[in-house]
Design a binder for this molecule. Structure first.
Ligand SMILES: Nc1ncnc2c1ncn2[C@@H]1O[C@H](COP(=O)(O)OP(=O)(O)O)[C@@H](O)[C@H]1O
Ligand SMILES: [Mg+2]
Length: 390
């Protein structure tokens, strides 16, 4: 009772800062679950750039909806475990299995342990061994198979496997065979498991599909994950007006600004917070100020300094919209002291920068992944290259 009252008070006080602003998208989660149910064995692959809210969605929208539907959501971030992605998946499944199998209290654990022998006079009670199963297979692929089956049986319902940043699989040496294993298990155990992947790089996805041949392409349904929209911007504007009575942020300006920063909600929130601190309502100016702030410039400098002078030059060239493999580019890059630019050097620099997440490839060709960083770079490089830039 006391807890219920407390919760109500807490709810009423919610949404008191910009940081509390969150958009929930249960409808989208529901739609994805319906798609999964309609095509057993076929995962969904949600693709969108970095920082637009994919992980947030898995955690706050998809997992709760899946639970409501009787599924057991299991999450693994493959990017965090680049060197051994399949092991990371297995580990997540093992943790989930432990959570189900080992009851929280010691009492519960004892109660599950069968009595092995009762003394002749009924005086001594001997507890049997802890509950045990056949050991799991050694190979990661076989373990995945066994774990999925056991987990679904234990849960008495379907497992929803959520694999975040799945393009990582395209970047590991044995990626092709990993994908084949994953695909085989998800198909064979389609009664027991459904899967949702996310990915941040179109390039990574393309590589996954081509290196694995037809499998991945036919196997996963690829979906463009939708950006947040007016709902989020309206909440920002409403809170701004609450803090600054009489001042309003125009929706048109907010929309333009949100697009300019690449639809990244945390970044947009920071911009509006800074505008609130300054008391300004012009969103374009707010973004300009934000970009010029010492803090932001320091972050970009650090990002730029994380790569060598040649790579910095390539970033600037791309930011300025110059075709990276052109003669003009080679001439520009030749102004970097000590560099002897060749097409193949530029190519391998681009590959490296893509792996670092600084560049990405989309329909428009190779671009800087973060549009604000692109603006910063194009300004930096406007007077010839004059490297080192930072
Ligand atoms: N629906 C949302 N409502 C409010 N803020 C969000 C929402 N989704 C994401 N964010 C904010 O954006 C940040 C980045 O989102 P995240 O899910 O990590 O992006 P991604 O996984 O696409 O890289 C989050 O930490 C959160 O602050
Ligand atoms: Mg993420």
């Amino acid at each position: 009772m006391a807890i219920a009252i407390f919760t109500t008070i807490h709810d009423n006080e919610a949404m008191t800062t910009f940081d509390d602003i969150e958009v929930r998208r249960p409808g989208i989660a529901q739609a994805y679950l319906a798609l999964l149910a309609a095509q057993p064995g076929r995962p969904l692959a949600l693709f969108a750039p970095r920082r637009v809210g994919k992980t947030f969605f898995l955690d706050h929208d998809l997992a709760p909806k899946a639970k409501e539907a009787g599924m057991l959501p299991v999450y693994a971030d493959l990017w965090l475990h680049k060197s051994a992605p399949l092991e990371a998946v297995n580990h997540a499944l093992e943790e989930a299995l432990d959570d189900l199998r080992v009851p929280r209290s010691h009492l519960g654990k004892l109660a599950k342990t069968p009595v092995k022998k009762i003394g002749a006079l009924g005086a001594s009670l001997d507890l049997g061994d802890e509950p045990q199963r056949r050991p799991l297979p050694e190979s990661a692929a076989l373990r995945l198979d066994a774990l999925v089956t056991r987990l679904a049986r234990q849960h008495k319902g379907q497992v929803l496997l959520m694999l975040d940043e799945v393009q990582t699989l395209g970047e590991v040496p044995d990626g092709v065979s990993l994908i084949a294993s994953l695909r085989a298990v998800l198909h064979k155990r389609r009664e027991d498991v459904a899967a949702v992947f996310t990915g941040s790089s179109q390039e990574g996805l393309a590589r996954l599909m081509t290196t694995a041949g037809a499998p991945m392409y036919q196997f996963a349904q690829i979906i463009d994950f939708p950006f947040l929209g007016d709902e989020f911007l309206r909440l920002l504007a409403a809170h701004f007006s609450k803090v600054h009575p009489g001042k309003t942020l125009e929706m048109v300006e907010l929309r333009d600004g949100f697009q300019r920063i690449g639809f990244k909600p945390a970044l947009m929130r920071d911009v509006v917070k800074a505008m609130s601190a300054e008391g300004i309502t012009d969103v374009a100016r707010g973004i300009d100020n934000y970009m010029a702030s010492g803090h932001q410039v320091a972050i970009w400098r650090a990002l730029l300094n994380s790569v060598d002078a040649f790579d910095q030059g390539v970033l600037v060239v791309v930011a300025k919209g110059q075709p990276p493999l052109s003669q003009a580019t080679l001439e520009t890059l030749a102004t970097i002291p000590g560099s002897k630019p060749t097409i193949s050097k530029v190519r391998s620099s681009i590959e490296k920068l893509k792996r670092n997440g600084l560049l990405s490839k989309n329909a428009g060709g190779t671009t800087i992944d973060d549009p604000l960083f692109a603006e910063f770079l194009s300004k930096k490089g406007s007077m010839g290259l004059a490297l080192p830039i930072a």
